[in-house]
Ligand binder design. Structure first.
Ligand code: PXG
Length: 285
């Protein structure tokens, strides 16, 4: 289906929504993005995603030519004009067309693009059975090289980890940080459950602060579950009772094996299933 794509203030048919081959987003991955989701026609946690987009942009000295409120409005308009009810939204801002050199000051105008499409859901059976994942040998970006808190257009190390996962027959792969601690998966945050306590790596493990992660922490605390943000290693996964991932696309998805080793009973655990339901209800509120 052909979509109406927002580009620099206009909604254009997707074939006409184009950027220059000199755009530094293409040449260098110089830009930032967000992946959002709409439920029942309403964008979930829109302000949080937009705040993260502006933080990412600020971190790379990229000035977005819209206010955050205008960005929210543009996202809502793009969703509405494509008659998206339950869908996936990609918002991105590139540095714009420049020269073949790195200098961002030679880039003319940042390009603001918003795409709204139907969501490609993971098969139900993955949620019922749970995922099997591997540990990738590709580590998450060293925070001193490129902060993992920046959702930049350069996702190559996550893509390399994803390739490792896919080659092992897994749709997700666990990424460690430079200290060998658990960071996150290629497009999802990770949680463990042990003795009824929920644990997830802290921001300083070098992760992207997931909007879904924050929402799951909130619903867990409301349900009276203790939540700890603590550094974790693969050992903690192997001795955990339950494990699950969170992300805009995946929502809450159980993990039942890491590196071919069963986690807990090897089936999605009760707290995971409960939080998955609670998160689902939150998205429908
Ligand atoms: N960590 C990383 C590295 C991510 O890219 C998350 C965690 C989860 O964050 P949210 O805010 O979505 O709960 C992400 C999510 C996709 C896709 O299509 C997802 C992401 C990036 C690119 C594609 O699944 N980011």
């Amino acid at each position: 289906m052909s979509r109406q794509v927002y580009i620099n203030g206009k909604l254009l048919p997707q074939a006409e929504a184009t950027v220059s081959v000199f755009d530094h987003g293409l040449l260098y991955g110089d830009g930032v993005f967000e992946g959002l989701r709409s439920y029942g026609g309403k964008v979930f946690r829109l302000e949080e995603h937009v705040r993260r987009l502006y933080e990412s942009a600020l971190a790379i000295c990229l000035e977005i030519p819209l206010s955050p409120a205008e960005m929210c409005q543009a996202i809502n308009e793009t969703v509405a004009s494509n008659k998206i009810v339950d869908g996936y939204i990609r918002a991105l801002v590139t540095r714009g067309a420049g020269t073949l050199g790195l200098d961002p000051n030679r880039c003319s105008n940042p390009q603001v693009i918003i795409i709204a499409d139907a969501i490609a859901l993971y098969p139900d059976e993955l949620y019922e059975r749970g995922l099997e994942i591997i540990t990738a040998s590709t580590i998450r970006n060293h925070p001193a090289a490129l902060s993992p808190r920046i959702k930049s257009l350069n996702y190559l190390n996550n893509i390399l980890a994803k390739i490792e996962g896919l080659q092992a027959g897994c749709i997700e792969a666990l990424m460690l940080n430079h200290k060998g601690e658990i960071a996150e998966c290629t497009g999802d945050n990770i949680f463990l459950v042990r003795d009824g306590v929920l644990m997830t790596p802290p921001m300083d493990a070098g992760i992207l602060g997931g909007v879904t992660r924050d929402a799951v922490v909130e619903v867990a605390q409301l349900a009276g579950i203790e939540v700890l943000k603590v550094s974790l290693t693969r050992h903690d996964v192997f001795v955990a009772d339950e494990c699950f991932l969170t992300g805009t696309a995946a929502e809450v998805i159980p993990v039942v094996k890491l590196d071919d080793r069963k986690i807990g009973t090897g089936k999605p655990g009760p707290i995971t299933v409960d939080l998955k339901e609670r998160f689902h209800r939150l998205t429908r509120e």
